[in-house]
Design a protein around this ligand. Structure first.
Ligand code: EPZ
Length: 460
């Protein structure tokens, strides 16, 4: 067995403790601190364009599933062990701080194992200082109410993508018997006699509201029905983990999810689904640069909308066992049109990357963004690099140009940041992307991964 290292406290007050059930093996308690997230607000990324990408990249566990599994740990007084966790991500670290503040013991190992143990909830307040760093913190609301009967969670507020309200979360929990007031910027929620079941029809498909209410319903009295529910693979993954913890859930991956409440949930072990957005990001990178990359430990089935378009654009993508092989040799990609939609439609989280790929297409493409009101912040930066993109309302027309040119650009959110990195991979000369702390929130080891397939990229 590899050398055992004693767990050490992490920076930022994340409590890391040795983990051991009475009959667990030594391997299990060999939990050491996960690698530090290196970025500061001043970090930049320098990319020199021109290299085709060739080689292998290992895809990490999905950020947007991992965060929800972490919140689900609140539902049980027994430990939840997560594998394939992207422990290096800024967002995982931020949520660990929130959970730690609530009394959850957390240990993370650099090889992607995390154990979360909510033996006791010692605090039911998620303060503004922690929630403002990451909106997904609002997902502690449902589990806290269901397990503890009380929760105070700071309202997350807007973000770079738009206003992003949480009314669907709040209305759903009210329908399940919670008394909720908004006071001083906080959602103050009470369910002292526990939550009860409800039939909830979402007026709009929401990933987060589906997840928050599904978690809450696992411990509510009776059978809750969520209609017009989101169907994202990360929600299916979350539901499967909850079932391993003893929850009774039917209809995952369909618009109607039924959850029969149980008295308590128990511990479980679950491996996080691969990150489809990271997978799609590297597919778009190859679409831009050309070359052949094997994406290890991922799937094509949860990216059908993207892959259909990449085929139409002239790329070659195949599942090969547990890997996916992505190729573009020779000809330019062809211009195609798309509209972002809830799953199984084209994901809004891949819109900026796909648009970047279209900047060099043969012909033109049109993109309609239907999920967020303000998700074209990358456009002015891409145009500064020589792209020809015009935006009108929620539509963008991208006319293919012959080349992009390196420039100093500013990242505004996670997916916009990575889009600018992709542009830098093909731009003539040097591109410097500022404010890359956004990138570290959601892309694990991106410099190492891109360098290993031939990109010229460094953090400065
Ligand atoms: C999740 O956000 C993801 N985040 C987002 O990924 C992703 O872009 C989004 O789903 C859509 O796929 C996480 O999983 C942590 P929604 P979420 O609730 O749950 C409106 C990334 O880059 N709405 O499905 O917050 C909302 O304003 C991030 O990784 C309400 O009106 O998204 C939006 O227009 C960014 N009221 C639409 O619904 C509500 O109560 C869909 O949002 C909730 C949402």
């Amino acid at each position: 067995m590899s050398k055992t290292k004693k767990a050490e406290p992490l920076k930022n007050d994340i409590r890391v403790e040795e983990w051991a059930e009475p009959n667990e093996t030594a391997q299990t308690i060999e939990l050491v601190q996960a690698p530090e997230v290196k970025s500061s607000g001043l970090d930049k990324m320098r990319v020199r364009g021109g290299n085709a990408l060739n080689g292998e990249i290992r895809i990490s566990g999905a950020k947007n599933a991992a965060l929800k599994h972490m919140c689900a740990a609140i539902l049980s007084d027994q430990p939840l062990q997560l594998q394939n966790m992207p422990v290096g991500l800024g967002d995982v670290r931020t949520l660990a701080q929130v959970l730690s503040h609530l009394g959850v013991r957390i240990a993370m190992r650099s090889d992607g194992v995390a154990v979360l143990h909510a033996r006791e909830i010692t605090n039911s307040v998620a303060p503004y200082d922690l929630v403002r760093k990451m909106r997904a913190s609002v997902l502690v609301l449902g589990p806290l109410l269901a397990r503890h009967g009380h929760a105070e969670v700071s309202l997350p507020g807007g973000c770079a993508l738009g206003t992003r309200p949480v009314d669907l979360h709040i209305n759903g929990l009210r329908a399940m018997g919670a008394e909720i007031e908004i006071e001083n910027g906080y959602i103050k929620a009470e369910a002292s006699n526990g939550l009860h079941s409800a039939e909830i029809m979402f007026p709009k498909v929401s990933v987060g509201a589906t997840e928050n209410l599904m978690m809450a319903a696992t411990l509510a009295k009776g059978t809750t029905v969520l209609s017009n529910a989101a169907r994202e693979p990360e929600i299916v993954d979350q539901g499967e983990a909850l079932i391993k913890m003893g929850a009774r859930i039917d209809g995952l991956g369909t618009p109607e999810i039924k959850i029969e409440g149980v008295a308590s949930l128990h511990g479980a072990t679950h491996s996080v689904v691969p990150d489809r957005i990271e997978t799609g990001t590297y597919m778009c990178a190859v679409g831009l640069t050309g070359g052949e990359v094997r994406l290890k430990n991922t799937r094509t089935d949860f990216l059908s909308a993207l892959i259909g378009l990449l085929h139409e654009a002239g790329m070659d993508i195949k599942q090969d066992g547990a890997d996916v092989v992505v190729k573009r040799n020779g000809a330019k990609i062809r211009g195609v049109d798309l509209m972002t939609e809830p799953y199984p439609g084209f994901p809004t989280d891949l819109q900026a990357q796909f648009m970047t790929m279209l900047t060099l297409c043969d012909g033109a493409g049109m993109i309609n963004e239907t999920i967020f009101e303000n998700r074209f912040m990358h456009v002015p930066e891409l145009n500064r690099m020589g792209a020809d993109i015009r935006v009108q309302g929620n539509a963008a027309i991208i006319r293919g140009v012959d080349k992009l040119e390196g420039a100093e650009v500013m990242a505004t959110d996670l997916r916009a940041s990575v889009a600018l990195i992709l542009a830098g991979l093909v731009a003539e000369g040097e591109t410097t992307v500022n404010r890359i702390y956004h990138l570290d929130r959601g892309y694990e080891n991106i410099v190492e991964k891109l360098t290993s397939v031939g990109a010229d990229i460094e953090r400065i």
